[in-house]
Design a binder for this molecule. Structure first.
Ligand code: ADP
Ligand code: MG
Length: 250
């Protein structure tokens, strides 16, 4: 067996006879940053739905961790407890609470027995909150009300709330959408840092953003992998130019 953190093999899923995911195989290492690109309807969101247990495939396997456990029989909450975090496009922070309170609430949502013990240690929690705030560029904003943050800062806060849960795999859907250039750059740095100690998978349309991520890229098309490699490699492939770039620049 390989040492992959997540291994998806031969997965298909149909909606009313339409194959949204078609014999998809893809895997991720324990500490890697990966970008997933592809035209609208390629199956990117459905792929994330499968990994998080929201959608169950018709065939195929999804194996997780050192024990190669199957995620297919597990509920969404059980999968989250296993250490798979997902960030949706729209930030969902608690607007009326401060940045610190938001991060504290995320810490209070333990996903294992050790975290429960750690939770009693308030000082440790405070340190943890400060470390996360620093990682997401909000160290100076801990006392600010989340509702007053910029769109980008809210996105970072939500990433921080996910990091507080210590996921081993973080799935992020279009983080750059609606961000300023500065915010995009900072977001790249946050995701790169997070991927040093876990797998981070980013679905993104913005090519400049993907270029800055400077990571392996998987191109999805019609529910399967069309190409995989560096951004320069995949964008040089005629098949990718035809179905993705060609359409994008049409
Ligand atoms: P992407 O995120 O790459 O744009 P999606 O995963 O959202 O693509 O969708 C892949 C295809 O599956 C699309 O054609 C979409 O219309 C279809 N699809 C996705 N979810 C459903 C659903 N719940 N019911 C019916 N069709 C769906
Ligand atoms: Mg989508």
């Amino acid at each position: 067996m390989s040492g992959a953190l997540l291994e998806v093999n031969g997965v298909s899923v149909s909606f009313d006879g339409f194959k949204a995911i078609n014999n998809l195989s893809i895997h991720f290492d324990k500490a890697e940053l990966r970008a997933i690109i592809g035209p609208n309807g390629a199956g990117k969101t459905t792929f994330m739905d499968i990994v998080t247990g929201k959608t169950k495939p018709d065939v195929g396997s999804v194996k997780w961790g050192e024990q190669n456990i199957s995620l297919l029989e597990m509920s969404e909450s059980a999968i989250a407890m296993e250490g798979i975090g997902r960030k949706f496009q729209k930030p969902t922070v608690f607007e009326a609470q401060t940045v610190r309170q938001n991060l504290a609430m995320a810490l209070k949502n333990p996903r294992g027995p050790f975290v429960v013990l750690a939770h009693r240690k308030t000082a440790r929690n405070a340190e943890r909150i400060e470390a996360i705030a620093k990682e997401i560029g909000l160290a100076e904003s801990l006392t600010r009300i989340a509702g007053e943050l910029s769109h980008g800062q809210k996105q970072w806060l939500e990433i921080g709330m996910l990091l507080a849960q210590e996921p081993r795999l973080l799935l992020v859907d279009e983080p750059a959408a609606g961000m300023t250039v500065d915010e995009r750059e900072k977001t790249t740095a946050i995701l790169k840092e997070a991927a040093k100690t876990r797998a981070v998978v980013v679905v993104e349309h913005d090519m400049e953003f993907v270029r800055r991520l400077d990571c392996k890229v998987t191109v999805l098309h019609e529910g399967a992998v069309l190409a995989e490699g560096s951004l320069d490699y995949v964008t040089s492939q005629q098949s990718v130019i035809d179905v993705y770039l060609g359409r994008d620049h049409a």
